[in-house]
Design a binder for this molecule. Structure first.
Ligand SMILES: [Zn+2]
Ligand SMILES: [Zn+2]
Length: 256
């Protein structure tokens, strides 16, 4: 019924009760979860795959997060290309630019982002984008290096307004809404959630981060994706079932 398109279940925050968290997700109707496989960065690229291999409901991504860009080597790229052929790996990500933390030099972040777009294009896989305080550079690189591939992508934890949404959609992207859309002051992203085409929306938790209202400030987990979906249904004036149907169908289309 629900697909959490983005969670970090490898996080040590789940070490004491990971199986119970997954059980609660299944009980809440979350029948697919995408374990983002960026972990602590290279050389370990298989944190998501390990979860996907041990749980039927879990799928995985592989990729180098912008935070870890400085750790990427030629061997990293070779290994990523190989892991993209794993049957449960649905996308390359999360990749992009993070100028808020600047954990890796910006120039390195851009190079590693571009290189990973090339790998995803060659593999025919979608990408999952993380962008923070780097909007223009992210969009310029996507327009130049990803748009020509004619492949879809996911804007994870979409935090822009209607204008940013429109630009993403024009590029063939899907908007993945997370807990932020439930925050009372997030008026811009709520407006985007209200008006985005039904065939371009997804829901995610980004667990353990960014828990939606009414659990804001707590550890997030995939079962809570339903709270975000309820907010989307309210904003869009549709039944919850409609959000479930469209977000699930959209996800299947991206990874098909
Ligand atoms: Zn992210
Ligand atoms: Zn993430």
């Amino acid at each position: 019924m629900w697909i959490d398109s983005h969670c970090h279940l490898d996080s040590e925050q789940f070490d004491s009760d990971r199986e119970a968290v997954i059980e609660r997700a299944l009980a809440a109707g979350v029948d697919k979860m995408v374990a983002i496989g960026t972990g602590d960065g290279p050389p370990d690229l298989e944190t998501g795959i390990r979860l996907a291999e041990s749980h039927a409901a879990m799928y995985a991504t592989v990729g180098v997060h912008p935070h870890d860009a400085a750790k990427a080597t030629a061997e990293t790229y070779r290994h990523l290309a190989e892991l993209l052929r794993h049957p449960k790996v649905v996308a390359l990500g999360e990749i992009g630019l993070d100028y808020h933390y600047d954990f890796s030099p910006r120039e390195v972040q851009r190079d590693v982002f571009v290189e990973q777009m090339r790998i995803a294009r060659d593999a025919g896989k979608p990408i999952v984008i993380h962008t923070r305080e780097a909007w223009e550079d992210t969009m310029a690189l996507l327009e130049r290096h990803w748009a020509p591939a004619g492949r879809p992508g996911i804007m994870h934890c979409f935090s822009g307004g209607p204008a940013e949404a429109e630009r993403c959609i024009a590029l063939g992207f899907y908007l993945s809404f997370g807990g932020m859309v439930t925050f009372p002051k997030a008026l811009e992203v709520q407006q985007a959630a209200r008006t985005a085409p039904a065939d371009r929306i997804l829901v995610e938790t980004d667990a353990p981060y960014l828990a939606p209202v009414p659990r804001r400030g707590k550890r997030n987990e995939p079962a809570f994706v339903v709270d975000t979906a309820k907010k989307l249904a309210e904003l869009r004036g549709v039944m919850l079932e409609e959000i479930a149907a469209s977000t699930s169908a959209n996800f299947q289309r991206i990874v098909a």
